[in-house]
Ligand binder design. Structure first.
Ligand code: NAD
Length: 291
């Protein structure tokens, strides 16, 4: 049995850690708010009082935290996780963070003989609950093979996409596609409604043609119902589009539609909708055509 330290037991990390317990791993979890640790304990895991305590003695440490500064603080901070790990341990950061930060974490780990993989996920809360996530992994090939049983317990599509940071770069591309598609789905819904067409029937036929997509399948019905319960919060997608636009600028490539989607997501957040599901882009599109 492999011992796993799991840090960050939120919307995604909670169900992921519980799947690892079910798969037979010895999982010790830590979260900033203790109630979430208790949920893991109720599911058969162990609780720890700090990130370092969860990581100590682990073969694999998984982090599932909101943003780059959170992962840096947990791994690199004073009394952080890297301080307590034995050489040969593998750290798998499954949060969505900046690719350049993922590269610097891999360098810091390599100096200690610790493999650090960036392994962000796609598939949302449902994918975490169903263990059907897509997992895009950057980093050392041997560390990837060592962590493979962990990935197989959490996801359906697991691909080693390249060196450190490559996983986060692919995730940024994922978020670019999802934001742009959501925006166009929102525009199509307003357009159909303005013409008096039944949107549910329209969606049924659109889903079967070239306009069909996972975004259309999983998001459009809730958008029609104006149900913006997250799901994936606007705040997090705003964070991710910041990563996308900065990484595009670093690489010297223009992403005009993506930049527009990033601006619209920022506007939605500025209007106080950061806690809604990102399908709430529909609210902005509706406003643009309202008296
Ligand atoms: P979340 O806010 O629900 O969970 C993050 C957890 O980390 C919280 O429980 C928080 O208390 C904890 N935390 C924060 N700082 C901590 C620290 N220093 N030490 C210990 N615990 C700490 O977020 P989430 O939705 O689970 O997302 C996590 C990551 O996964 C993000 O990077 C997000 O972009 C990404 N992601 C989310 C989804 C989704 O649909 N929610 C999908 C794919 C990827």
């Amino acid at each position: 049995m492999t011992a796993i330290g799991f840090i960050g037991l939120g919307v995604m990390g909670g169900p992921m850690a519980a799947h690892l317990v079910r798969a037979g791993f010895d999982v010790t979890g830590f979260n900033r708010s203790p109630a979430k640790v208790q949920r893991l304990v109720a599911a058969g895991g162990r609780g720890a009082a700090s990130a370092a305590a969860a990581a100590e003695g682990a073969d694999v440490v998984v982090t599932m935290l909101p943003d780059s500064p959170d992962v840096e603080a947990v791994l690199l901070g004073a009394g952080g996780v890297l301080d307590v790990l034995a050489p040969g341990t593998v750290v798998v950061d499954m949060s969505t963070i900046r690719p350049d930060v993922a590269r610097s974490l891999a360098d810091a780990g390599a100096a200690l003989g610790v493999g650090v993989l960036d392994a962000p996920v796609s598939g949302g809360e449902q994918g975490a609950v169903d263990a059907t996530l897509s997992i895009m992994v950057g980093g050392d090939a041997a560390a990837f093979e060592a962590a493979r049983p962990v990935f197989d317990a959490l996801g359906r599509t697991v691909v080693h996409v390249g060196p450190p940071g490559a996983g986060q770069t692919v995730k940024a591309a994922n978020q670019l596609i999802v934001a742009g598609t959501l925006q166009l789905v929102a525009e199509a819904l307003v357009f159909l409604d303005a013409h008096g067409v039944d949107r549910s029937r329209a969606l049924e036929v659109l889903a079967g043609g070239l306009a069909g997509s996972a975004v259309l399948d999983r998001k459009a019905a809730a958008m029609v119902a104006h149900d913006f319960t997250p799901g994936f919060r606007v705040d997090l997608h705003h964070k991710d589009l910041g990563i996308v636009t900065a990484a595009a600028r670093d690489a010297g490539v223009a992403i005009p539609a993506g930049s527009l989607a990033a601006t619209l997501m920022a506007a939605l957040r500025a209007q106080g909708h950061g806690d809604l599901d990102h399908g709430a882009l529909l609210l902005l599109v509706e406003q643009l055509s309202s008296p």
